[in-house]
Design a protein around this ligand. Structure first.
Ligand code: SF4
Ligand code: SF4
Length: 173
C-alpha cells in the first residue's frame, strides 16, 4: 500500500478515533523497544550476509515498505509520514526505502513484515550464535501487540465503514 494512501487512512482514523491515540502511542513505544532489541541480535548477522545475498529481500518489489495499516499507524505515533525517506534515484525494482546504506526508515520502527525474519541464512546464524530463542520471544511479543491493535482498526479501515460512520439519516418531515 502506498504511503500517501496509508497517510490518508491514518489522518481519517485519528480524526474519528482520537480516544485510541494514547493506547496506540504506548503500543508504539513498546514496539520501538522490541525492534531495538531485535536489531541488536540481527545487525552483525545481516551486515555479514545481506551484502552477498543473491536474492536480497529488499530488492524484490518496488513497494513503499511492507506497511500494513497496523504498523503504519504505530509508526506515525512516533515519526512523521516517511515520504521524504524514499531513496532518490530509484532503480525501479527495489523497495522505495532502500538506500545505499540499507533501509532508510528508523531502525526501531520498520514494517512488521520486514522484521519478522523469513530468511534461512539469518535464522541459521541466529541459531549458531545462540540468539534464536531471544529473537523468537521478541517476535512473539511483537505479534501479541499487533493482535491487540487489530481490533481497534478492524472496523475503521474499511471504506464502507467510513461511509457508514459519516452517514447522516434524512430528517423525517
Ligand atoms: S535478510 Fe536474507 S534474504 Fe534478505 S538480503 Fe539478507 S540474506 Fe538476503
Ligand atoms: S527493510 Fe526497509 S528497505 Fe527493506 S523492504 Fe522493509 S522498508 Fe523496505
Amino acid at each position: 500500500m502506498g504511503i500517501e494512501f496509508l497517510e490518508q487512512k491514518f489522518q481519517r482514523y485519528i480524526s474519528i478515533c482520537p480516544h485510541n491515540r494514547e493506547y496506540l502511542r504506548a503500543t508504539a513505544l513498546r514496539v520501538s523497544r522490541i525492534q531495538t532489541e531485535m536489531r541488536i541480535l540481527l545487525d552483525d548477522i545481516t551486515q555479514q550476509w545481506c551484502p552477498m545475498c543473491k536474492a536480497p529481500c529488499c530488492q524484490c518489489l518496488p513497494v513503499d515498505g511492507w506497511f500494513t495499516e497496523c504498523d503504519y499507524f504505530l509508526f506515525r505515533m512516533l515519526y512523521p509520514a516517511p515520504v521524504d525517506l524514499r531513496a532518490v534515484g530509484h532503480d525501479g525494482k527495489s523497495c522505495f526505502f532502500l538506500g545505499e546504506r540499507g533501509c532508510r526508515l528508523p531502525s526501531d520502527m520498520r514494517p512488521f513484515p520486514c522484521v519478522k525474519v523469513n530468511c534461512k541464512n539469518v535464522i541459521e546464524e541466529l541459531k549458531r550464535y545462540g540468539r534464536l530463542d531471544a529473537f523468537t520471544a521478541l517476535n512473539n511479543e511483537l505479534e501479541q501487540l499487533q493482535e491487540k491493535v487489530y481490533p481497534l482498526l478492524a472496523d475503521i479501515v474499511s471504506y464502507t465503514v467510513f461511509q457508514a460512520q459519516n452517514y447522516e439519516p434524512p430528517v423525517s418531515t
